[in-house]
Write a protein that binds this ligand. Structure first.
Ligand SMILES: [Zn+2]
Length: 90
């Protein structure tokens, strides 16, 4: 998923699944990679397809959390050192 995101114009419709980014023909559609990956778990719906604005609204909070996590990781890089036991005072 997400492999072809850079191939099309940034305003082109993108896959409806969160964090995918593959381009599709119309807003609200899943891409072929997601159809393949999720198989029968990805079922058609009878409600109107989500619009670009609805998708952006749905994903806004998750994108904020992911950006915050990336920032925390950048500020506090992980090390391979095992945690040290605390010394007892007494
Ligand atoms: Zn997709």
């Amino acid at each position: 998923m997400g492999k072809t995101a850079s191939a099309a114009h940034p305003d082109s419709p993108q896959c409806v699944l969160p964090s995918c980014g593959n381009h599709v023909e119309r807003w609200g559609q899943p891409c072929q990679d997601c159809r393949t990956a999720f198989g029968p778990r990805l079922r058609p719906t009878y409600v109107p397809a989500m619009t670009r604005e609805q998708i952006a609204e749905r994903d806004r909070d998750v994108e904020r959390v992911l950006a915050l996590r990336r920032q925390v990781r950048a500020d506090h890089p992980a090390t391979d050192d095992p945690p040290r036991p605390r010394r007892r005072s007494a």
